[in-house]
Structure formats: structure tokens, C-alpha cells
Design a protein around this ligand. Sequence first.
Ligand SMILES: Nc1ncnc2c1ncn2[C@@H]1O[C@H](COP(=O)(O)OP(=O)(O)OP(=O)(O)O)[C@@H](O)[C@H]1O
Ligand SMILES: [Mg+2]
Length: 234
Amino acid sequence: MSALLNLKNLNAYYGAAHILHDLSLHVNAGERVALIGRNGVGKTTVVNTILGLATLREGTVGLDGKSYTKLRAYMAAQHGMAVVPQGRCIVANLSVEENLLLGAAVGRKGPWSVKEIYKLFPILEERAHTPGTALSGGQQQMLAVGRALMANPSLILLDEPTEGLAPVIVDQLAVIFNQVADQGTALLLIEQNMSLVVRVAERYLAMAKGAVVAQGRVENSRECLHDLESHVMV
Ligand SMILES: Nc1ncnc2c1ncn2[C@@H]1O[C@H](COP(=O)(O)OP(=O)(O)OP(=O)(O)O)[C@@H](O)[C@H]1O
Ligand SMILES: [Mg+2]
């Protein structure tokens, strides 16, 4: 079986700044993988490289079995990948429902529709005709997750989806992420909240200075939580 996402020896740059150093990572169908590390280690740059927003000078990005060296944002979408970007990127002058519909633009068939997203997040139905950015932070994050699901992805890249959210919202999102993964969608969860990682992920990679420095299995245990926290503590 080939991986849905297969990053091999990536060396990625912003201009002359060399950010990713020989980074390799793969996610198989249905897997729940966490990518962890402190601020500024290059986690978002991994996403940006997949989307062609950082310059890939060496290495290859494998998307659903095809290998690329020149990336464009639409490619990941066409290969069944959806991104929940860091900071959410909700479109301010579109309503909640219009923001959701944006996610369906890629035109992939699958189980997700506006109706299904509203079942998952009833608050979004209540606020359907409100401007997306009028929602609270937690609700905007639900909208960003809903918008990604609207693409009927086989893999979702979640870039710090719980950043700045109250613990009660983090708990709700943990349940949702598990529910989505239980339905067969693979997750690449970029996180600094290790209590979320142990609840959702089965495998992790830890980054430092643009490289993978540790990896292993994740268990929902105190020992594992402690071990993972050592990779994100400042
Ligand atoms: N557009 C850019 N141009 C130049 N350098 C950048 C750019 N974006 C990020 N960087 C630098 O690249 C490095 C990696 O940044 P990146 O955003 O990938 O880190 P991160 O692990 O996602 O951090 P955080 O946890 O704070 O989101 C940092 O040193 C950052 O300053
Ligand atoms: Mg980041």
C-alpha cells in the first residue's frame, strides 16, 4: 500500500533561508499521525511545502502514490488532502454557510455535505447566515474543520487547531477528530497541546530546527504524555 502523503528528504526554503532539512514523513490511509515541536521549528513550513508556498529545492512530495518536486496548492486538494490552516483563515465577508461551501469547490464525492457538517457542529447551523469571522474563536475553528471536511478528503492536515482555545472546546474537538478518523479519514495533526495528541494520535514525529528528531507510537498514558511534552517545552 502506498502512503497518502509521503514526504522524502525535503529541503525547503523561504528565499535564502533554509528551513526544512532532509525531512521525511509519511501518512498511510486511515492513520492518525501527530507532528509536534516548539514554536518556529518548521511545522507550518511542512504544510507550506506541500502546498507549494515554500520552495522545495531537494526531496519529493508524494501525494496518493504520485511523486512531485514542483507543488501547487490545488494538487494536494485534487489528491484528496484538505488543510485546516493555522489561524483558521475564515473568509470575513462570507457567511458561515458560504465558508463551508468553499470547501466543496474541489468537487470530490463523499459523505460530507452542509447537512452532515451541521449534525457534527449544530452551532454552525444556528449561525449559518452570520459572517464567518463574527463567530467565537472556537466556533471559527469548527468552521475551519467543517470547511475541510466539505472537500471529502482522505487526509486532513490540521495545523494547531486548538491554539488559543478553551479546554472545553479542545475536548469537543478531540471527540470530533476521533469521530472523523473512525470514519476512515487520515489525520496529520500539528499540535503543541500534548493532552490532545495522546487522545487522538497513534504515532508521532517530533521536530527541532527543521528536522525530525524523534518518532514513535503514541499511547493515551501519563508516561507518553510526559515523554511527548519534553519535545514542546520551552
Ligand atoms: N514567509 C516566511 N519567510 C521567511 N521565514 C519564514 C516565513 N514563515 C516562517 N518563517 C521562518 O521559518 C521558521 C519556521 O517557521 P514555521 O512557521 O514553519 O514554524 P512552526 O513550527 O509552524 O511554528 P509555530 O508553532 O509558531 O506555528 C521560523 O524561523 C520562521 O521565522
Ligand atoms: Mg506553525
